[in-house]
Design a protein around this ligand. Sequence first.
Ligand code: 13P
Length: 257
Amino acid sequence: MNKKYRKVIIAGNWKMNMLPSQVRPFLDELRAGIPAATHGCSVVLCVPATHLAALSREKSRRIAMGAQNISHFDKGAHTGEISADMIADLGARYCIVGHSERRADNGDTDEIVNAKLRILLEKGITPILCVGESLEQRDRDLTIEFISYQVKAALYGLTPDQVKKVVIAYEPIWAIGTGRTATDEQAQEVCFAIRELLRREYGALISRKVCILYGGSMNAKNCAGLLAQPDIDGGLIGGASLKPADFAVIVREGSRE
Ligand code: 13P
């Protein structure tokens, strides 16, 4: 892969799967399958909050730790919530924000997504902002319009310098967990549109720097075509990130020079 201005990020999203005790054997197998030097490719595992301590104990230089969510409150009387400071203290360097499953299951609105982005940036954690259209929106030709709206709403009020630090993941809802992947062209078209939007809003320099990932049934078989697209800088992988051998194939593809 030749991404001149940006690093490649291969991020796994374990969602609500695996157990803390499975972290170590998983890492042992993953490490055995990935190169010692990943050539500008960052490997990230976004695990449930209960697994963070186990992952941080492993202290892997090759695999960065990510969380899947934080509270939009800073701290205090919010029973059951987990703050950005808490995950940072355990060593999390990334955190997913605005995943369609959280938007649907937990009512994460655009305002909440924006608040979480701001907190993460303040704490020095890289947000992985997820955006994606429904099948109905795609069928009605509303994809680009809707994605542009979601990106703008999430980034509202951020400085260009903050925007530069956000990773954006394009995850069409109809491709998540369905085995139905966007074609290389469909994924590239939307990722290009996101970069164009960033160029208009924040300038060419910023838009060139932002990492844009694709997510939605990416796997060992289809990753090469997707990762070869000029505006796709990596993947956010659900199901296939639960299988170390499959995830390793995607990491190897992302690490190819
Ligand atoms: P799948 O790879 O299982 O489709 O999940 C994608 C996803 O939602 C990653 O955040």
